[in-house]
Each structure stands twice: as C-alpha cells, then as structure tokens.
Design a protein around this ligand. Sequence first.
Ligand SMILES: *Cc1c(COP(=O)(O)O)cnc(C)c1O
Length: 239
Amino acid sequence: MTDRRTELAGNLASVEERIAAACAAAGRKREEVTLVVVTKTYPASDVRILHELGVRHVAENRDQDAAPKAAACADLDLTWHFVGQLQTNKVRSVATYADVVQSIDRIRLVTALSAAAVRAGRELDCLVQVALDAEEGARGDRGGVAPGGVEELAAAIEGASGLRLGGLMTVAPLAGPFEGRPRAAFERLMEFSSGLRIGHPAANMVSAGMSADLEEAVAAGATLVRVGTAVLGVRPRLG
Ligand SMILES: *Cc1c(COP(=O)(O)O)cnc(C)c1O
C-alpha cells in the first residue's frame, strides 16, 4: 500500500501547480484564489494529513458525514465549508461546525440557518448558489437558485442575524446552454457577482471550479476553487 501522506502530498502539489499556472496565465496573484479541498467520502485521518500539508479550507456536502469529521478535527485550525444541498432539518447541526455555507438556494433555508447560527452563537458566511441552467422560479438539478432569484436571497442573508453575505457559488451545468462550456458558465457567474456587488460591495467571494475545470474558474475570476478528486483520488461512490 502506498503511503497516504506521500500520495496526498503529491496530488496537492500538482493541484497547487495548476492553480499557480492558471493565476499566472490570468495575470492574477496566487493569493487571490483559495483552495478548498472537498473531503467528502474520505476519513478524518485524511483531513489531518491535509492539515499537516498546509490545507486550511475543507468542504463537505452531507451533514451526516461532515458533523463527526469536523468533531474529530476540532483541534485543528480549519475553515469548514458546506457545499451540498442542505435540508432545513440539518441546519442546527451544520451551524455548529460550518464556517461557510456555499449552497444557499432558498429563503426558508436563510431563515432556518439564521436561527441556528444565533442559537449556536456563531456567524456564518453564506454564498448564494446560482443554478445557471435553471428556469426562472425553479431550482437546478445540482441545487442553486435561478439567476433571477439571487438578489432576493442576498438581501435576505444580509438582513439575517448570524449570517454574513459572502458572495456567489456555482457548479458548472451538466446540461443546457452551458453544457461543456465551463469557462462561459463561470464568466456568467462573474457577471452576476459584479451585479451583486453594486448593492453589496463586501460580497466578493466567487466559488467556482472543481477538479476538472479549476483553470477555467481561475481564468474567469473565481476566488475559491473546490477540489476533491484531484487531491484525494476518485471517490468510491457518488458523494
Ligand atoms: C464534490 C464536489 C466538488 C469537488 O468535485 P471534484 O470533481 O471531486 O473536484 C466541488 N463542489 C461541490 C459542490 C461538490 O459536491
């Protein structure tokens, strides 16, 4: 068996190189982009190794897995991101360990998360997840609100106790006009981000790009990339 630490260190170095090259190509400073490692389906022991290797931002998409993992790593200075579709019956748990919730897609979630954050005595950064392929009024297959619903959600977050409006997040659509065109999708997200910042100048976080398309996201202007597979390996099951 190959040593897991060696494997993760090698993968992390490759991803670092890709981000640095993408920043250089785009004329951006490396510090403008935060690497968030998506540790879903992988054990807390991997999170510990990643922390030793310098990772400070990790993400999870299911509370059932994330809550025990965050608890097992509570002694580490890590910023935990929640990136999955979030049911309101899970917000009380998520609010106790998540620092950033990237998947805000409906008003009811804002209300519930606000109450949970206040109860936990915490402040959570919230990103509105934009479904670039969703029809107006609908939610996308992979979560997110249709572009027309972004401002209403942003205003709700800004007005909610315990929550801070961080910015926007998207997952490149698998179908529709942006299918196979992540760069175009991420540029569209940047346009929505520019629009959002007119009324909410502090909401400057833009989360886009995963293992397969992080270069396109950095080129478009993303400030956060969410990378799982390229660091941890191919997940054993759909996570
Ligand atoms: C799993 C996941 C990622 C990471 O995807 P990889 O292709 O493994 O890099 C990023 N964002 C979200 C929302 C995810 O669920």
